[in-house]
Ligand binder design. Structure first.
Ligand code: NAD
Length: 513
């Protein structure tokens, strides 16, 4: 990884992606607080300092992007797909380096870091196929000698705002599809993980240059909330695709709707697994533990609530406590460890506050959480995954705490379990573990889970790119990645062609002159 970091430092960025300014600053500038500092939660080291984009630079980036769109939109979609195919090849080459950097900058396990790069590769492959399948329908006209059909055209400049927990994959879900659809992209990554974003731009740079892709097709701006709001307020940004907290999504939605722009939101989840008395617990328990502690509970699809049938409650509880006792917490780059750090000290504070509220709201901690100290935990970001028995879905259970805290609830009937599962403001991912066909079908029916993702005998986290990804209610309603998610990046046009010698009007209206 060191060589890779060195390469990032020494190679200039494409000017269109950085407006000519060097983003990377290798050593601290005394007294310069304006730089974005990327600290690794793994060991607390300062990884990099990055120049935040200025308002002036932002304006230049948008102009360059707009100019690039005029050319890119006319490149045939399969040719755009071929360029994405080459990007996929490039990410294959850099999978280990980028995956390691994701793990080091964000704190997820090395396997998950590599998995995130694999998602980029997979969506590249998907987008290549999609580039030949931007289908519109044809319709039969009610008028003689007329033909009707619809076409899908690109939108223009797509702004991508991403969260820290999937620092690169979420960008690729958006960018690869947006590009094959003929759009250009401006990416504003999380201010907590700017380095992995710079690395992605660097990795695709050769492909863009080799193919003479107009400068500005792939743009990057760095900064925090303010930089994000430039995109949301700017009428030149045709679509804002934003991934992050519900708080952020509400602000983005209001601003973009205020200018009647388009938005696509992927926001917080509060995901539950129902464990039925008919569950195969040998399948369920690993799924629950991975869902609850994987990425230290910092996935939008992390398992946060467990709704357990009363007849097996004690058994499930005991198995979970035993499994948690075997968890190894530590450096995520060491493959022996199961749980890495939280992203930063403010996330640790939110976790501690949630533990306090659990007790205040009548919860009982089966495994109490704590911040870990001592050798290996110097960053101050490592915490013990906790399990809490709750008397009901109290306020804290309704809230997404982005940390490894699992709430246990009991149920008697499946109707009651489904009502509990749906009884939170968020609607991202859900699952039932049962071998009973009726239960499984009820859970998947219109009267079942109200989430965007509903699984049977699979946990809540770990979606594949082939399906449309996203959720309902406060999760924002957006869909990304597979299925027909590409349509969000295009505008639909209905075309009617008259190849006859008269002018019949629709609905039989007569108009004679
Ligand atoms: P966050 O909301 O703090 O920040 C996300 C991004 O939004 C960052 O780039 C940030 O700079 C930007 N931002 C914040 N406020 C903004 C504003 N008012 N206008 C424009 N941009 C703004 O979220 P986070 O802590 O980075 O990520 C964790 C959250 O993301 C969790 O809630 C998680 O569930 C959610 N998430 C959802 C999905 C999904 O697909 N549903 C995927 C990953 C993460």
């Amino acid at each position: 990884m060191q060589q890779f970091l060195q390469k990032l430092k020494t190679q200039p960025m494409m000017s269109g992606t950085s407006t000519g300014q060097a983003f990377w600053h290798s050593s601290a500038v005394e007294g310069d607080d304006s730089l974005l500092k990327s600290y690794s939660p793994v060991d607390g080291q300062l990884l990099a300092e990055v120049y935040p984009t200025t308002a002036e630079d932002y304006d230049k980036v948008v102009q360059i992007a707009q100019a690039a769109f005029l050319k890119w939109r006319s490149v045939p979609a399969p040719k755009r797909g071929e360029i994405i195919r080459q990007m996929g090849e490039q990410f294959r080459l850099y999978k280990k380096d980028l995956g390691t950097l994701v793990s080091y900058e964000m704190g997820k396990s090395l396997q998950e870091g590599l998995g995130e790069v694999q998602e980029i590769i997979d969506i590249c492959d998907f987008a290549v196929g999609q580039s030949r399948q931007l289908y519109g329908l044809t319709m039969h006209s009610e008028r003689a000698d007329h033909r009707m059909y619809e076409q899908w055209h690109p939108l223009g400049v797509v702004g991508i705002i991403s969260a820290f927990n999937f620092p690169v994959a979420v960008w690729s879900w958006n960018a690869m599809l947006a590009w094959v659809c003929g759009n250009v992209c401006i990416w504003k990554p999380s201010e907590k993980t700017p380095l992995t974003a710079l690395a992605c731009q660097q990795i695709i740079k050769d492909v863009l240059e080799r193919n003479d892709v107009p400068e500005g097709v792939s743009c990057l701006i760095t900064g925090g909330r303010e930089a994000g709001s430039w995109l949301t307020e700017d009428p030149r940004i045709a679509l804002v695709s934003a991934t992050g907290s519900t708080r952020m999504g509400k602000a983005v939605a209001q601003t973009v709707a205020g200018r009647l722009g388009r938005y696509l939101l992927e926001l917080g989840g509060n995901n539950a697994i129902i464990v039925s008395q008919y569950a195969d617990l040998n399948v369920a328990i690993p799924a629950i533990v991975f869902g609850a502690v994987g990425t230290a509970g910092q996935r939008c699809t992390s398992t946060r609530r467990l709704i357990i049938h009363e007849s097996i409650y004690e058994d499930v509880k005991n198995r979970l406590v035993k499994a948690y006792g075997q968890l190894r917490i530590g450096n995520p780059l060491d493959e022996k460890n199961h749980v890495g750090p939280l992203i930063d000290p403010s996330a640790v504070a939110a976790y501690q506050s949630a533990l306090f509220q659990i007790k205040e709201q009548g919860g009982r901690l089966l495994i109490d959480g704590e911040m870990l100290e001592g050798p290996g935990f110097e960053s101050g970001c490592y915490v013990r995954p906790a399990i809490a028995e709750m008397p009901a879905q109290t306020e804290i259970v309704q809230h997404e705490t982005f940390a490894p805290i699992l709430y246990l609830l009991k149920y008697r009937s499946l109707d009651e379990a489904i009502a509990l599962q749906n009884g939170v403001p968020q609607g991202l991912s859900s699952a039932v573990f049962t071998l009973n066909l009726r239960e499984a079908e009820q859970f998947l029916s219109a009267a079942g889970s109200d989430c965007g993702i509903a699984n049977v005998n699979i946990g809540t986290s770990g979606a594949e790119i082939g399906g449309a990804f996203g959720g309902e209610k406060e999760t924002g309603g957006g869909r990304e990645s597979g299925s027909d998610a590409w349509k969000a990046y295009m505008r639909r046009q209905t075309n009617t062609i008259n190849y006859g010698t008269s002018l019949p009007l629709a609905q039989g209206i007569k108009f004679e002159i």
